[in-house]
Every structure is written in structure tokens, then in C-alpha cells.
Design a binder for this molecule. Structure first.
Ligand code: NAD
Length: 253
């Protein structure tokens, strides 16, 4: 039997990059999937792809920082899928700058998308998960939670997500809900492509540079993270709760 047979999932920021790989992996393992993202065009393309594969997909154009949009789409997701078993808080942005140059808006935006977004989505989802006595909440943190030059806002938000993860694990554990986080290292997506641009390098140069620091001898692919998400999501992981799994090709990278 497929690993997520009969399960239903809601993935934020799933129209590209890591979130898209998560949505694909979940669907290929038998789950019904909802993807919520800002980007309408990418959502339409994803719908086409899933249709060709014969997978169930429902998409919502949602800004995770908007409480009404989040609550409305999660309620509709439950209606169309029949339940909500797995929430993946993946939507994210970067607004990197050295701390002394960081502006209020760069701080607020990053906090809002990562922290407030995960707060709104988790609060809305847990209401359904508690009733059904089953749930999996998986938060996308980062190795940057441990500190990273030029990312004071992002590091603080990703460390905050780890605190949220552990507290929700404590509060929701007795309802059959597990809450865990994944801390990716360098993963090849549009987000890291933008970092290369900011640093004035080509993406290939940045990948070559990063590869030298990574014990596994390569940079990560979105599928590497999707694999870890599947692990936390499956029924057999019911005793793994409140954990942060760094998926970065080796320690401290
Ligand atoms: P990405 O930029 O390729 O994709 C992010 C997605 O989130 C996009 O589809 C975007 O439209 C969506 N999004 C942004 N703001 C949103 C909002 N307000 N509401 C709804 N959707 C929104 O990024 P990625 O590399 O795929 O990263 C996915 C997650 O993994 C993020 O949380 C990121 O911080 C985290 N992460 C990425 C890396 C990496 O190396 N790529 C490393 C560590 C952690």
C-alpha cells in the first residue's frame, strides 16, 4: 500500500521549489493534495501536471499572512478532500541584508510569511485535526536558524518556527497530532537562485562554492526535502514529535 494512502494534505507555497516537490511526493504516495500559493499561474501549471499524472490536486490562491484567506481555504480544503490530515508550512521568502542595513519592512515581511503564516495555518488546521484525533504538522525551518550572515530576519523567523514546532508538539500531542520541523541546508530552487544573483554570482558558481562545504559532496534537491516530509507524515511516525531534522548533507551546513 502507498505510504499516504487515504490521507489528505495542505501544502503552502507549493507551486514551485521545495513545496512543489512535497506536493508531488505526497500525491505519488496516494494522498489528496491541496496547494496554497500566491502565484496563480504556477498553480494552474501544477494543476495540468497533476491531471496528466492522474493525481488529485486542489489549488488555492492564498496569501498565508492573510488570516481570512487562510481560514477560508483550509475550510474549503476540508470540504473538497473530506478531511485534513497533513499540513506543511512551507511558504517562505527571503529579504537578506546585513543587519545594520536591514529595514523595518524586510524584518516584518519575513516574520509575517514564515511565523504568522505558520501560526494562521496551524491554528486553522488543528481545529479539524483535534476533532479527528489525527494530524501531522510539518514546518519548514532552515539551517539558517543556527545563524547566517545577512539573514538576521530569516534566521530569527526559522528559529521561531522551531519554538512553535516544539510547543505545538506538547499541546497537540495527546490528540494524535505530531508537529515536527525540517531544517534544509542549501537546496537548488528559485530562492537560492535569487541568493546567487544578490551575491553577483551565477547559480552554477554558487552551487560549486557550496558543494565544497557539504560533506555529502553535493547541494540538495527539492526531492531531498520531500523525502524527509514523507517520513514525518506517514502513520508509522506517530511517536516522532517535536523534532527538528536537518537535511543538509552533513552536520552544520
Ligand atoms: P521558493 O521561493 O522557490 O518557493 C517559495 C514559495 O512560497 C513560492 O511558490 C511563493 O510563491 C510562496 N510564497 C511566498 N510567500 C507566500 C505567501 N505570503 N503566501 C503563500 N505563498 C507564498 O522557495 P523554496 O526554496 O522552495 O523554499 C521553500 C521553503 O523552504 C521556505 O520556507 C524556505 O525558507 C525553506 N528553505 C529553503 C532552503 C533552500 O535552500 N531553498 C533552505 C532552507 C529552508
Amino acid at each position: 500500500m502507498k505510504r499516504l494512502h487515504g490521507r489528505s494534505a495542505y501544502v503552502t507555497g507549493g507551486s514551485r521549489g521545495i513545496g512543489k516537490a512535497i506536493a508531488r511526493a505526497m500525491a505519488s504516495e496516494g494522498a489528496k493534495v491541496c496547494v496554497a500559493d500566491l502565484q496563480q499561474q504556477s498553480l494552474l501549471e501544477l494543476e495540468q501536471e497533476f491531471k496528466q499524472q492522474g493525481w488529485d490536486l486542489f489549488t488555492f490562491q492564498v496569501d498565508v499572512t492573510d488570516r481570512q484567506q487562510v481560514e477560508q481555504s483550509i475550510s474549503t480544503a476540508v470540504e473538497v478532500m473530506g478531511s485534513l490530515d497533513i499540513l506543511v508550512n512551507n511558504a517562505g521568502i527571503i529579504r537578506d541584508n546585513l543587519f545594520y542595513k536591514m529595514e523595518d519592512n524586510d524584518w516584518d515581511k519575513v516574520m509575517d510569511v514564515h511565523l504568522k503564516g505558520a501560526f494562521y495555518c496551524s491554528r486553522a488546521a488543528q481545529a479539524y485535526m483535534v476533532k479527528q484525533r489525527f494530524g501531522r504538522i510539518i514546518n519548514l525551518s532552515s539551517v539558517s536558524a543556527l545563524g547566517n550572515r545577512g539573514q538576521a530576519n530569516y534566521s530569527a523567523a526559522k528559529a521561531g518556527l522551531q519554538g512553535l514546532t516544539k510547543t505545538l508538539a506538547i499541546e497537540l500531542g495527546s490528540y494524535g497530532i505530531t508537529v515536527n520541523a525540517i531544517g534544509p541546508g542549501f537546496i537548488e530552487t528559485d530562492m537560492t537562485r535569487a541568493t546567487a544573483e544578490r551575491l553577483g554570482m551565477s547559480f552554477e558558481e554558487l552551487i560549486a562554492f557550496k558543494t565544497k562545504e557539504i560533506p555529502a559532496g553535493r547541494t540538495g534537491k527539492p526531492e531531498d526535502i520531500a523525502n524527509a516530509v514523507l517520513f514525518f507524515a506517514e502513520d508509522a511516525s506517530s511517536f516522532i514529535n517535536g523534532q527538528v531534522l536537518y537535511v543538509s548533507g552533513g552536520p552544520a551546513v
